[in-house]
Design a protein around this ligand. Sequence first.
Ligand SMILES: [Cu+2]
Length: 496
Amino acid sequence: MKRRSPRLLALGAAVMLALAGCGSISEVTVPADFDQPLHIPPLAESTIDDDGTRVFDLTAQSGTTDFSTGASATETMGFNGSFLGPTLRAKRGEMVAVNFSNELGRTTSVHWHGMHLPAAMDGGPHQEVEPGGTWRPEWQIDQPGATLWYHPHPHGETEDQVYRGLAGMFILDDEDTAVSGLPSEYGVDDIPVIVQDKQFTGDGQLTLQNDGNEIGLLGSTVMVNGTIGAHHKVTTEKVRLRLLNGSTARIYNFGFEDGRPFQLVATDGGLLRSPLEQRNIQLSPGERAEIVVAMEPGTTAMLRSSEPDLGAVAAPFAFGANDSFDVLELRAAGELAPSSAVSPTLSDFGTDEFDASVTRSFELEGRRINGRTMDMGRIDETITLGATEVWEVRNKNLFPHNFHIHDVQFQILSIDGETPPAHLAGRKDTVYLSPQKTYRLIMTFEDYADPQVPYMFHCHLLLHEDEGMMGQFVVVEPGQSAGAIPTNDGGAHHAH
Ligand SMILES: [Cu+2]
């Protein structure tokens, strides 16, 4: 078991101050020149079954990767390769299936982060795949176009597997994305930007040694799609960046070095109602944003992460609040092909608070949610199919958490009683939780009742998640109650 002891469950300010004094937090260092071409994860090939199902093949495997650090080959993990995975892509309404094989030599799973789908297809800790095993989830894409992603979600081992490279994008298209006017040529003007921080040992291996940082590893090396010091050659007047924070703990505040504005067009669950002019967008682990940036011929623009606003944390520098560093350089060609204007109206959606029939409270503290740590055999919440609910989520600590809910996209009604800023008004499945603040989230559980198989809600700081900061909910038909989870299920991961 890689699971660490819940050593700081009752963390107080005194411990925080001791941590603040240790001075062992490393800063991010970047190359002098961003001379490495950005790696673009390939689009996953797929076949169409007789019944019209789009079928992908994914194999989780181990390997070595040359990150051009000058050190020896780095041991990594990836899907269909040694590091990260291909970009899956499907349209709303399509049936999809994934033939998944686990060649890792250790138990894993594949979770479709942000996807609305039956719990048995969700790829959480109840759908673990043993070494040498296979799994074939299938479901219908039934949600707006969006930038989703996939990654392992095995009980207590998610941080290590995602960190070593098991992550990829899953792009959904729909009618709105088709008429949005957004740049949409994958790898040319529509670019996946998977941002991760890593810590290398002297001999070039990845380490999760975090010097006791309460939130997990903050690495001194930042990579995009696995490329350190990356640039992308821009050949069009506008470029769309699909930003994904694929890190275990670091919170980024993305913007451009020259302060240029960009259009924020989508958050986790899909397009905003209309483009929003922004100069920065902050993403905690698991969150996504799509931005469109304009370039002039022959110029460069450096995507940076500047000091994130973490709220009233006890030790800002210890959690990366003082870190700023370059991430990805855009280099425009001398002549740029014209780009369409982005549509002033992108999407329409809304959930009315008057529709909500249930309010639930979730208090995050230490590694516990509502005083409990994850128990594979316990259903924490039972939700009636079709219900619109308000979840009040509070971070009771003086350090960062965030909150991710499987199956649904939510909207943020308020933060400490105030209307959320416009960049947080779209569809979300993961939200940063500032210390001591309460976030009221609204969502509807439209489909897929299953009293036996739970979905997860959890902190997406992966160390916290692995240390038990997670709970389970089932969606049931009206009048139904939660079924007992088969007892062998809860302990299955201990068997190997
Ligand atoms: Cu947390």
